[in-house]
Design a protein around this ligand. Structure first.
Ligand SMILES: [Zn+2]
Length: 96
């Protein structure tokens, strides 16, 4: 998917796979603490219950999870996009 990388705007240390339209990307390490809170809503918990590698690989998935944690809600479109992205990752195992 993304062959393009950007420097994490928080730590300015790690490069993050990003698409050209992602202006502010954060690396996995920077978001890890924030995104490791327990999710209460069982439905959302199930949605976010994907392999940790997906979050490492994909900043979009991290962002969706973080915005849920911050605002405690997601739009239907965000949920759909999240599911789509997970599906794509499942169908295209990362090539080295
Ligand atoms: Zn970082």
């Amino acid at each position: 998917m993304a062959s393009y990388k950007r420097l994490c705007y928080r730590c300015k240390k790690n490069y993050v796979p990003a698409s050209w339209k992602d202006k502010f990307v954060t690396c996995y390490d920077c978001t890890k603490k924030e995104s490791s809170v327990e999710i209460q809503d069982p439905k959302m918990k199930e949605l976010f219950n994907i392999p940790e590698d997906y979050y490492k690989e994909n900043s979009f998935l991290r962002n969706i999870k973080l915005s849920y944690i911050r605002y405690n809600s997601l739009t239907d479109r965000q949920i759909e996009a999240f599911k789509e992205t997970v599906k794509k990752l499942k169908n295209n195992p990362k090539k080295k």
